[in-house]
Design a protein around this ligand. Structure first.
Ligand code: BES
Ligand code: MG
Ligand code: ZN
Length: 498
């Protein structure tokens, strides 16, 4: 989307539509006050009569009938000033842009949502307004051939008094880089497994690496065998698609030790021989959401040129049943030499992650974060409002928790006590791949902890990676893949201080 900044006298403008943010229980000042006066107090009147109640996300359209140059005003509620946050800005801007799109208008102008009296700076307001708008406008219509009467907004303008335009322009381009990363992750996750095979995703990752100045490499089955990656190799055995392990490297941090991101890339999870029920199985195309997020985040951090060394490791394979599939009872030798007895072939994510996490150790990382749609148990525990966080490092937990508050991609911690490891004891191997239904999020993470020897955090995004319905959904997350984690991890890395 084309985004620009405009300044000058608001009453001399003839915008198609201007968005004004309105706090609850307040008099209008600044641009809001000027417009209110020019419209003969129409805005104040609407508030007085409760025709418009400026609760967060609520909108109200006013046609100006030539009283001023601007044709339409869209009021958007910002809620109470005391509750105003970056998330309010994203919620308000996305709610506004959704209703503007419905009007069939193709361009609009935003007045700054909020003012000098809030503690949020102009550049943060602008960044988060752009994020709210661009994420809300995302559509996945690659497969629609019939005229869908697709409504698009292609121009956005910010009206500002202060000519701090260079700061604002910088915030706009940062936001656009982040949005492109999130929407890339959404595209990868939304793409059906037939068009997003491990090979196709690896090819796409190579293009992204070339465009964004990253180093690309890939391990094929042969190399995986050399590294004894029994997890990913065995999970891939039921599929005709060869597995891939993609490595993306952003080098911005000189000689510093890298931060490694690992993303679960099951391009389709049927459960394998431990076949899943068919209801909602189509959603398992999203079992590559972790991989999608790591690829989206890598593109983002490379384009933001973050002064860090960041490596993305993305194990990719399908999990299918067939005559050559791995089976319950099989014992696998993993990348770090440990052995795993397979009890359930549907607990495949932890097997491919285990190899990738053990492999990450070669890079002597200062920290590793993995993202995975790992357990149905996480959906039961936290629903769709929080990502599960399990970590062996307090410092890393703090960084991620704070990143979650800032981006609205909130995380909730679950314990990684040793007690849970007991549940994974095997009679014939070093461990089993499942520990029973109770505490399923935690036993999955405990399993992974056998393969790490560095500060590590595991993010279970099973409940947050895609939205099932529109109930309770944020207006900037359209139905389907959310790209969760791209903004969170980007924020963690942007504020990383060693
Ligand atoms: N990909 C699934 C987890 C999942 C399920 C994510 C539903 C999002 C929605 C994972 O591979 C899986 O099948 N996990 C099993 C583990 C069990 C066999 C211990 C699960 O959660 O049922
Ligand atoms: Mg599974
Ligand atoms: Zn899975």
């Amino acid at each position: 989307m084309e985004i620009n900044v405009d300044t000058g006298k608001i009453l001399e403008k003839n915008y198609e539509l201007l968005v004004l943010g309105i706090f609850e229980e307040e008099k209008y000042q600044g641009v809001n006050g000027i417009i209110d006066k020019a419209l003969g107090k129409e805005i104040s009147q609407k508030l007085k009569t409760s025709e418009f109640n400026p609760k967060l996300k609520k909108t109200c359209l006013i046609t100006t009938y030539g009283k001023i140059g601007i044709k339409r005003i869209l009021l958007v509620g910002l809620g109470k000033r005391k509750d105003f946050s970056l998330e309010s800005i994203r919620m308000a801007s996305s709610s506004a842009i959704n209703s503007i799109r419905e009007l069939g208008i193709t361009s609009c102008t935003f007045s700054i949502l909020g003012d000098k009296a809030t503690k949020i700076s102009f550049d943060q307001i602008v960044e988060n307004t752009v994020v709210g708008c661009e994420l809300a406008l995302y559509q996945f219509n690659l497969y629609k051939t019939e005229d869908q009467n697709i409504k698009k907004i292609n121009k956005l303008l910010f009206f500002v008094y202060a000519p701090e335009t260079s700061v604002i322009k910088n915030s706009i381009s940062i936001a656009q880089i982040i949005d492109n990363g999130v929407n890339l992750a959404r595209n990868l996750s939304n793409t059906p497994s037939s068009d997003a095979t491990p090979t196709q995703i690896a090819e796409k990752a190579k293009i992204i690496a070339d465009e964004s100045g990253m180093i690309f490499s890939v391990l094929n089955k042969k190399e995986m065998e050399k590294f004894s990656m029994g997890g990913i190799i065995n999970v891939s055995k039921g599929s005709n698609q060869p597995p891939k392990l993609v490595i993306l490297e952003h080098k911005g941090g000189g000689t510093a030790r890298p931060i490694v991101l690992v993303g679960k890339g099951i391009t389709f999870d049927s459960g394998g021989i431990s076949l899943k029920p068919s209801e909602k199985m189509e959603d398992m195309k999203h079992d590559k959401a972790g991989a999608a997020t790591v690829i989206g985040t890598m593109q983002t951090v490379a384009q933001l040129k973050l002064p860090l060394n960041i490596i993305g490791i993305i194990p990719l394979t399908e999990n299918l049943p067939s005559g050559s599939a791995y089976k319950p009872g099989d014992v696998l030798k993993m990348c770090n030499g440990k052995t795993v007895e397979v009890i359930n072939t549907d607990a495949e994510g932890r097997l491919i992650l285990a190899d990738a996490l053990a492999f990450a150790s070669r890079y002597k990382p200062q920290a590793v974060m993995d993202l995975a749609t790992l357990t149905g148990a996480c959906v039961i525990a936290l629903g769709s409002f929080a990502t599960g966080l399990l970590s062996n490092d307090d410092n890393l937990k703090k960084r991620i928790t704070s990143g979650g508050e800032i981006t609205g991609e909130r995380v909730w911690e679950l314990p990684l006590w040793d007690d849970y490891k007991e549940l994974l004891k095997s009679d014939i191997a070093d461990m089993k791949n499942v520990g029973g239904r109770p505490g399923g999020v935690i036993t999955a993470a405990s399993f992974l902890s056998n393969f790490v020897d560095y500060p590590w955090a595991h993010l279970d995004i099973a409940g947050t990676a895609w939205t099932q319905s529109n109930v309770g959904v944020k207006p900037y997350n359209p139905k389907g893949a959310t790209g969760v984690g791209v903004r969170l991890i980007t924020e963690v890395l942007r504020s990383w201080e060693t």
